[in-house]
Design a protein around this ligand. Structure first.
Ligand code: VG1
Ligand code: CO
Length: 556
């Protein structure tokens, strides 16, 4: 093949956010837009750069994925990449990609997804670069990608003939090889080593009424869920629904929460199903919901850490440390204390956990946004979390038969107390208005703290607060302005920050949490338990005043 140098001009705004570059499909479809960004990734790749590299490519199968893969193939060959490993039909879940990058010791990967954002010609697409450790590239690299994208004037493209993404196997063109692989096999092999599949299988055999319903919301997890829950764990085929990945996710949000996975919740309630789960588009998020029992993600990671010693992977590696993103509730902190292991608090986004894992200081971590995972890979992992829970339930049932999600939650609250936790989102707010809210809050916890600390809002008195700054304990890098935290004298907390994954305008996220050590309160509904705190957060932040919004778009 021959390589052509194609002149181009830069586009504004190719700045990767919390998790890659996410924009409307129409934006990526502009002439050279995608090629510019891919070239910027190649130019920003850590030494020795793209020449001779092996990269993994795949994604959640959303609209525009195949077009993007074709561009990646031509530019990879043009940049002297030696080999691309591509998931069949462009399919690879985010955790599966992370696993393949690590297992096959490649130089990194390119993941095509906008995660839980809707897909289709009028919705979102995304591109994320992962490093050789299997995790999202660190900020130093993504900042370089952005800088390069602002000055790009050419890219290198090879005239590789069109390759079918459906046919498995290797094809070679000169010094360049494309290998199309089964997207599921390596991942299944991995999880079978991490969890006690025999124990889980036997639990289902002994408890035929313990039904499971898994909803892939037409995202990438369908093929993985069928292989694992049906073929490996022996559950009936009807245990997995919406399992065909669709380019537009069937027209809905592939977002596993009580709002967007409502049809699953309704079905679980109607059919009395004790264990249900849903995943997002690219398979790194999960929701756990059984009859009458919703697991708050911040509790999910705390409970998995609590039971780490019964999970085979942690039995062999030990619990090295745990971590959460800053807005995630402090339920995990209490477990860390009890187990006497280190707790790390990092900014929002999985990429901040990677250094700690690479340094051997972190085993289990999670975020309030329905993401949990471990150091076996470098991405959060929905199916991993479900398997962890099933492993825990099966084990607990050996000594306490009949225990389900509710009992495990109750036991946890009895030992540690309960954090009532809620997040509200104001979406597609004009950036300028959203910034005003943040500036105002920054002032309260900064220049105006003298008058703000000590002030009372309803039943809550401000104790202190800050604009979260993180210093990575491994490489010393600093990430500032990661969200406003305000603490109250009763131990409650609110956090307010701007999202870094939106494709349009700004999203304001408000996280509230209230702690209780009173057993008579453990069964309370979350919303009434935190309403007073939500009111205080609105009064303090003046969101309504600055944005004109009277209520949030999403409550999870
Ligand atoms: C959101 C979540 C964050 C998560 C990120 C990527 O980021 O809050 O916890 O890591 O999405 O998740 P933000 O900046 O919009 O709040 V996913 O499933 O896109 O890969
Ligand atoms: Co995701």
């Amino acid at each position: 093949f021959t390589v052509k140098t194609v002149p181009t001009t830069p586009y504004e705004g190719q700045k990767p956010g919390t998790s890659g570059l996410r924009k409307r499909v129409k934006v990526f479809q502009q002439e050279n837009y995608t090629a510019n960004f891919i070239q910027a990734i190649f130019d920003a790749m850590p030494s020795p750069g793209p020449k001779g590299a092996t990269l993994v490519v795949g994604g959640d199968g959303r609209y525009y994925s195949e077009d993007a893969i074709k561009i990646i193939i031509r530019l990879a060959a043009g940049n002297e990449v030696a080999k691309l490993i591509v998931g069949q039909n462009g399919i690879l879940s985010t955790p599966a990609t992370s696993n393949i990058i690590r297992k096959r010791q490649t130089n990194g990967g390119i993941i095509l997804t906008a995660s839980h954002n809707p897909g289709g010609p009028n919705h979102d697409f995304g591109i994320k670069f992962n490093s050789s450790n299997g995790g999202s590239a660190p900020e130093a690299v993504t900042n370089r990608v952005y800088e390069i994208s602002r000055n790009i004037n050419q890219y290198y493209e090879a005239n590789i003939p069109e390759v079918s993404l459906a046919s498995l196997g290797k094809q070679t063109f000169g010094n360049f090889t494309i290998e199309i692989i089964n997207p599921v096999n390596d991942y299944v092999e991995l999880v079978k080593e991490l969890f006690d599949f025999d124990l889980i299988k036997n639990f289902f055999v002994k408890n035929p009424n313990y039904k499971v319903l898994v909803d892939s919301l037409h995202g990438v997890t369908g093929p993985y869920a069928i292989r694992i829950f049906v073929n490996e764990l022996g559950l009936p085929r009807s245990s997995v629904q919406n399992d065909v990945p669709l380019p537009d996710f069937g027209g809905s949000h592939p977002d596993p929460n009580l709002v967007y996975a409502k049809s699953l919740v309704d079905r679980i309630e109607e059919l009395d199903i004790p264990f249900g789960a849903a995943f997002d588009g690219d398979g790194d998020r999960h929701m756990i919901y059984g009859k009458g029992a919703f697991v708050v993600p911040s509790d999910s990671v705390a409970i998995i850490a609590e039971y780490a010693s019964i999970i085979p992977y942690f039995q062999s590696t030990g619990l090295k440390g745990v971590a959460r993103s800053m807005p995630t509730s402090r339920a995990l902190d209490l477990v860390a204390q009890d187990k006497n292991v280190d707790l790390f608090v990092v900014p929002t986004g999985w990429k901040f956990f990677g250094n700690l894992m690479d340094a051997g200081r972190l085993s289990i971590c999670g975020e309030e946004s329905f993401g949990t995972g471990a150091d076996c890979i470098r991405e959060k992992d929905g199916i991993w979390a479900i398997l962890a829970w099933l492993n825990i339930i099966a084990k607990v049932n050996e000594t306490k038969p009949g225990s389900g999600i509710k009992d495990i939650l109750r036991m946890h609250y009895e030992k540690y107390g309960r954090y009532f936790y809620l997040r509200t989102d104001y979406e597609e707010v004009e950036s300028e208005k959203a910034n005003r809210v943040i500036d105002h809050l920054r002032d309260l916890v900064g220049p105006s703290k003298g008058t703000f600390f000590g002030k009372t809002f309803g039943e809550f008195t401000v104790k202190d607060g800050d604009d979260f700054e993180y210093r990575d304990p491994v490489d010393g890098s600093i990430s500032s302005h990661q969200g406003i935290r305000i603490y109250f004298t009763d131990g409650s907390r609110i956090v307010i920050r701007l999202s870094g994954t939106g494709s349009q305008g700004a999203t304001i996220r408000v996280y509230v949490e209230k702690y209780s050590k009173n057993p008579s309160e453990y069964d309370l509904e979350t919303l009434p338990a935190v309403q007073g705190l939500i009111d205080a957060s609105l009064e303090i932040s003046k969101i309504n005043e600055y944005t004109g919004r009277t209520k949030p778009d999403v409550v999870t």
